[in-house]
Design a protein around this ligand. Structure first.
Ligand SMILES: O=C(O)C(=O)[C@H]1CC[C@@H](C(=O)O)C1
Ligand SMILES: [Zn+2]
Length: 307
């Protein structure tokens, strides 16, 4: 991944989240301490025979897209394909080490898992998780996503609309994180686009003519290894790379709904401004019903006159 900037701020290591919605790498939490022994063989033996969503990519990049929005962009070409298979089948493909085929298992943990995994899951340090939830006034836990990736896979820059405790179980991942106020440097796709919430900029080959502010981007960098938990605050952009040379990666995310906004305090923070931009863009799209001309419509609106 080409260095897009001179110097990234290193994500600090702490024992807990701070209430300032800043990313931290939490050490010593044992949030997923009961899963430290998870490896491919153990998961094959105990995950059961439920089906798991496995994404494939020819580039090694796994840019998420919303299938429900694909009809909005007839020319859209999905950058990945996905299929459901048993964990055992996934591991046998993984072990074929066919370099042209990059695969990434991403599946919410559900009740198809075997009793051993259920016991490990129940053994997560839920006190720690709920203490962070209460301390930061997050909403309820919504899902735990199991992620098993080949070394070298990349999840390109995007933001999520939930708070996330990202627990690393095996292997190493390099995270790049960007404050929500870097929004204008990252050029997200329009909301109606299948790549909503994703950056249009290819970090390896940034088109600085099309995306000039990308050269001003400033961000944070951190490497998470086994037993680390990265707090990814809602609306913070992140790009994730499973580092080469450390084998496949196993991670588990803990996504929480946002904290309710009790009293609006001005000036609004960058995350609140992203939420407002999204609401306005949704309203225009729903009212205009003309996605193709939305950019022109919005440009006209801000330029104050038809060009
Ligand atoms: O947890 C998140 O917010 C994500 O974006 C995950 C989706 C793929 C994961 C990865 O480690 O590549 C990160
Ligand atoms: Zn994410």
């Amino acid at each position: 991944m080409r260095r897009y900037q001179e110097k990234a701020t290193i994500i600090p290591k702490r024992l807990e989240t701070s209430q300032s919605q800043q990313p931290v790498i939490i050490t010593g939490s044992d949030l997923v301490g009961s899963a430290y022994h998870w490896n491919l063989d153990y998961l094959c033996a105990h995950l059961g025979y439920g089906l798991y969503t496995v994404y494939s990519s020819t580039s090694g990049k796994f840019k998420y897209y919303d299938e429900k929005k694909v009809p909005n962009v007839p020319s859209f070409k999905p950058p990945t394909s996905h299929t459901d298979m048993t964990f055992q089948d996934f591991v046998s493909i993984l072990r074929q080490k066919n370099d042209s085929k990059w695969i990434y298992l991403q599946q919410p943990l559900n009740d198809t898992v075997g009793p051993r995994i259920e016991m490990d899951f129940k053994g997560f340090n839920w006190d720690f998780a709920y203490r962070q939830m209460k301390k930061n006034r997050w909403g309820p836990l919504t899902s735990n996503l199991l992620l098993v990736g080949m070394e070298g896979v990349i999840t390109p820059a995007h933001y999520d609309e939930q708070e996330n405790l990202f627990a690393q179980i095996q292997g190493y991942k390099r995270f790049l994180l960007f404050h929500p106020d870097q929004f204008e440097c990252l050029y997200p796709y329009p909301i109606f686009h299948p790549h909503d919430r994703q950056s249009q900029v290819d970090f390896d080959e940034p088109d600085l003519k099309k995306f000039p502010l990308f050269s001003k981007l400033k961000g944070y960098e951190g490497i998470v290894g086994p037993k680390d938990v990265l707090y990814i605050p809602m609306y913070w952009w992140h790009q994730v790379e499973s580092l080469q040379g450390h084998g496949e990666t196993i991670s588990c995310t803990f996504w929480f709904k946002a904290a309710p906004t009790e009293k609006v305090v001005y000036p609004l923070n960058a995350g609140q401004k992203v939420a407002i931009m999204r609401n306005i863009e949704k309203m225009i799209a729903d009212t205009l019903k003309d996605n193709k001309n939305m950019p022109h419509f919005m440009k006209t609106m801000v330029q104050g006159s038809a060009d």
